[in-house]
Design a protein around this ligand. Structure first.
Ligand code: GDP
Length: 182
């Protein structure tokens, strides 16, 4: 995070997206940053991030959101990926129970490599696929409560709750940081 004094006022928060392969991490990010959805699997492998400008309480906040860009397929998400993150979205696919089962492992990895992530949200993505839902809203909520996470179901496809999920995380980081500055 880069932050200047109260006059310079520049906030830059690193936020990481984690979760199993194909749960929709890249599409959540492209929906949030460019309002786009991509039906093709991406070809590039390697960490990517997007910087998104958000205004909170009249202040300009830059959210630098990192995407594993396929590295999780090889269990190759490194400690550098997590380093300095102030927020995390732990994503699963509501139509695949195995991706929900993985959440605890991702949380463990996050908290092992990163002690700065003050805002963590559990995200059940693909809520547009209600017909083939495998994880109930209640299960998601219960896990979030147990682990002390925010919770939201999203659809990167139809844009449900995507901006909201990122904004809650960004706002929570902002609130934590400004409390410390006072
Ligand atoms: P990642 O590997 O976690 O980054 O997942 P991707 O963003 O590449 O998405 C994996 C697949 O799920 C792609 O075929 C997407 O089109 C699809 N997908 C992603 N988000 C959604 C969603 O909200 N709803 C539906 N129906 N499909 C989605």
């Amino acid at each position: 995070m880069g932050k200047e004094d109260d006059r310079g006022e520049e906030y830059l928060f690193k936020i990481v997206l984690i979760g199993d392969s194909a749960v929709g991490k890249s599409n959540l990010l492209s929906r949030f940053s460019r309002d786009e959805f991509d039906t093709n699997s991406k070809a590039t492998i390697g960490v990517e991030f997007q910087t998104q400008l958000v205004e909170i309480e009249g202040k300009e906040v830059k959210a630098q959101i990192w995407d594993t860009a396929g590295q999780e397929r090889f269990r190759a998400v490194t400690s550098a990926y997590y380093r300095g993150a102030f927020g995390a979205l732990i994503v699963y696919d509501i139509t695949r129970g195995d991706t929900f089962e993985s959440v605890k492992r991702w949380l463990q990895e996050l908290n092992t490599h990163c002690d700065t992530a003050v805002a963590q949200m559990l995200v059940g993505n693909k809520c547009d696929l209600e017909d083939i839902r495998a994880v109930s809203v209640e299960e998601g909520k219960a896990l979030a409560e147990e682990e002390g996470l925010f919770f939201m179901e999203t659809s990167a496809l139809d844009a449900t709750n995507v901006d909201k999920a990122f904004e809650i995380v960004i706002r929570e980081i902002f609130n934590n940081v400004s409390r410390k500055l006072l």
